[in-house]
Design a protein around this ligand. Structure first.
Ligand code: HEM
Length: 153
């Protein structure tokens, strides 16, 4: 009889402990919101968008004068800079090693209309890969924050 009482007590103590730890788990603070980098699908997903964006810019006559004389390697470097910039801005594990936007665009005479055309290409690239509205707007917000340093006219 003593043994049975001991076993029952032991079982009761175990269930109290189990329910206590379960309630601790359920009280764990809500997980931090995922970074934009993660929500966009990570590096490869961002690279697909950047490549599509650049292809659109490179094949648009309007932008021809800006990229005339660029070697294939210079284009690759520009592509990598834009990719690193987006990745870093989204909270990813990349480091942007390019120049400041004001420095690299100074003297190019980029107009408001050029800006609008470039922004449309970026939206088209994001839409092509079905980037959800929230992530699209977050990335566009970062790009728009640079407008004042890129547009001169
Ligand atoms: C849509 C927003 C834009 C973003 C995010 C962006 C981003 C960048 C980045 C990261 C670089 C590399 C900086 C470096 O070489 O160190 C760059 C360079 C450059 N961008 Fe933009 N840019 C934007 C808009 C534009 C527009 C609208 C034009 C032309 C109409 C333009 C033309 C150029 C050119 C020609 C360079 C190369 C400058 C050089 O190597 O001397 N960009 N841009």
């Amino acid at each position: 009889m003593k043994r049975i009482t001991l076993a029952v007590t032991f079982f009761l103590v175990l269930s109290v402990c189990a329910s206590a730890s379960a309630s601790t788990i359920s009280r764990t603070p809500v997980q931090e919101k995922k970074s934009l980098y993660t929500r966009l699908g990570g590096y490869d997903a961002i690279a697909l968008v950047v490549d599509d964006f650049i292809t659109r810019l490179a094949t648009d006559k309007r932008f021809e004068k800006f990229f005339t004389g660029f070697s294939d390697d210079s284009k690759k470097r520009l592509r990598q800079h834009i990719l690193d910039q987006f990745c870093a801005a989204a909270g990813g594990p990349c480091v942007y090693t390019g120049r400041e936007m004001r420095t690299s665009h100074k003297g190019l005479g980029i107009t408001e209309a050029d800006w609008d055309a470039a922004a449309k290409h970026l939206v088209a690239a994001l839409d092509k890969y079905k980037v959800p509205e929230a992530e699209k707007n977050d990335l566009l917000a970062f790009v728009v924050s640079q407008k004042k340093d890129i547009v001169e006219k």
